[in-house]
Ligand binder design. Structure first.
Ligand code: PMP
Length: 367
C-alpha cells in the first residue's frame, strides 16, 4: 500500500503510535473490562486518565501554578463568545476589546465579539503580523485578542518572547487572549505572558471536540450573568472540568498525545522539528518559480503553508497527481483557493520530503 501523508488542516494527522495504542486499549482499558468511552467520568479510572493528561500538558507547556487548565467542549469558535462572556463581568458599563486582525480566524473572533462589546481593531494585515509599533491600542481595554497562528492564511506570530511580539511588557495590565488552536505545542511559549490561551484539539492535540483553555487565576470569576453555567470558566475550573460531563474519550486521546510528545523530547524538540520541516518546504517553494507564497517571510507559519501554482489551471492536475502519490488533503481553504500543506507535530519530515519531491517533479513535467 502507498505510504499516505495527510496534510489536512484539521482534524489532522495524529501520531501512529497513539492510534495503535488507542486501538489496543479500545475494548479493555488496563484490565478494567471497559472501553474508556464507557467509563464514568467520576470513576477512579477516568479520573486517573484526566489527571495524567492535565499534569502532562502542564509540564509540556510549563504552565505556571497560578493558571488553570480547562478541558472544555465546543471547539475554537465557541471560545470567541465564551471569552467575552467570561471576562467582561467586571466591565458592565461597556467594555472595549482590542483585536489584532491577521486573517480569517481573528476576523471570526472580531465579528463574534461585537455581540458583546465595543471592538477596536488595533491593527490589521493578512500577509504579516503588523509591527507592534503600529498597534493602536485602547487605554483600559478589557483585553487584547489575537490569533497567533492563522490556519487558513498562514500568518504566525513569534510568541517566543525573543522579538517584539505579543509578550511585550508595554502591554502589562491588559490581559492577552490568544487563539493558539493551530500551533499549540509546536513551539516553546511563555504562558505567563498571556491571560488566556485557547485551542481546539483537532490539530496538535487530539480529536475534535476537546477544547483547551489555559487561564490565569485572577481572570476567573468575571463572567457576565448571562454566561451559560456549563461554560463559566470559574465553575469549570472549580470542578476540575467536570461541572458537566467532559469529552472523555477525546481527553483520553489527548493524554496519549501528551505522553507521545514527552517521549519525543517535548515541545522544544517539536519546535526544532517544525523549524526543519518548514524550512524544507518553504525552500522548495521559494526556489521554484512554478509556485508562489504570499505571506511575508518573517510571519510565515511553520504549521500551515499556503501556496499557489502560478498557473492555476494546473490545480486539479496537481491535486490528482498528489493523491496518486498518497499526498492527501492539499487543497487550500475555499475562501483563499490554491494549496495548503499543514505540517503539524505528527507529520514526519519524510512526509514533507515526499511533498517537496512531488513539487519539484510536477513543476518539471509542466515545462
Ligand atoms: N481558530 C483557529 C486558529 C482555527 O484554525 C480553527 C479551526 N480550524 C478555529 C479557531 C475553529 O475551531 P472549531 O472548528 O473547533 O470551532
Amino acid at each position: 500500500m502507498t505510504q499516505i501523508y495527510n496534510f489536512s488542516a484539521g482534524p489532522a494527522v495524529l501520531p501512529k503510535e497513539v492510534l495503535a495504542q488507542a486501538a489496543a486499549e479500545m475494548l479493555d482499558w488496563h484490565g478494567s473490562g471497559m472501553s474508556v468511552m464507557e467509563m464514568s467520568h467520576r470513576g477512579p479510572e477516568f479520573i486517573s486518565i484526566y489527571k495524567a493528561a492535565e499534569r502532562d500538558l502542564r509540564e509540556l507547556l510549563a504552565v505556571p501554578d497560578n493558571y488553570k487548565i480547562l478541558f472544555m467542549q465546543g471547539g475554537g469558535l465557541s471560545q470567541n463568545a465564551l471569552i467575552p462572556l467570561n471576562l467582561l463581568g467586571h466591565k458592565p458599563d461597556g467594555a472595549t476589546i482590542d483585536f489584532i486582525h491577521t486573517g480569517s480566524w481573528s476576523d471570526k473572533s472580531i465579528k463574534e465579539a461585537r455581540k458583546y462589546a465595543h471592538v477596536n481593531v488595533a491593527a490589521s494585515s493578512t500577509t504579516a503580523v503588523p509591527p507592534q509599533a503600529e498597534w493602536r491600542l485602547t487605554p483600559g481595554a478589557a483585553y487584547l485578542h489575537m490569533c497567533t497562528n492563522e490556519t487558513i492564511g498562514g500568518v504566525e506570530y513569534d510568541v517566543s518572547g525573543n522579538q517584539p511580539d505579543a509578550g511585550d511588557p508595554r502591554l502589562a495590565g491588559v490581559p492577552l487572549v490568544a487563539d493558539m488552536s493551530s500551533h499549540i505545542l509546536s513551539r516553546v511559549i511563555d504562558v505567563s505572558k498571556f491571560g488566556v490561551i485557547f485551542a481546539g484539539a483537532q490539530k496538535n492535540i487530539g480529536p475534535a471536540g476537546v477544547t483547551i483553555v489555559i487561564i490565569r487565576d485572577d481572570l476567573l470569576g468575571k463572567a457576565l450573568p448571562v454566561c451559560p453555567s456549563a461554560f463559566d470558566f470559574k465553575l469549570v475550573a472549580d470542578n476540575e472540568s467536570m461541572y458537566n460531563t467532559p469529552p472523555t474519550y477525546g481527553i483520553y486521546i489527548a493524554g496519549l498525545v501528551f505522553q507521545w510528545l514527552k517521549r519525543q523530547g517535548g515541545v522544544a524538540e517539536m519546535e526544532r522539528r517544525a523549524i526543519a520541516k518548514a524550512a524544507l518546504l518553504y525552500h522548495a517553494l521559494d526556489h521554484n518559480d512554478f509556485y508562489e507564497t504570499r505571506v511575508a517571510k518573517s510571519s510565515r507559519s511553520r504549521m500551515n503553508v499556503p501556496f499557489y501554482l502560478k498557473d492555476e489551471s494546473r490545480n486539479e492536475a496537481f491535486l490528482a497527481g498528489a493523491k496518486a502519490r498518497g499526498l492527501l488533503q492539499l487543497k487550500g481553504h475555499k475562501s483563499v483557493g490554491g494549496m495548503r500543506a499543514s505540517i503539524y507535530n505528527a507529520m514526519p519530515i519524510e512526509g514533507v520530503q515526499a511533498l517537496v519531491d512531488y513539487l519539484n517533479e510536477f513543476a518539471a513535467q509542466q515545462r
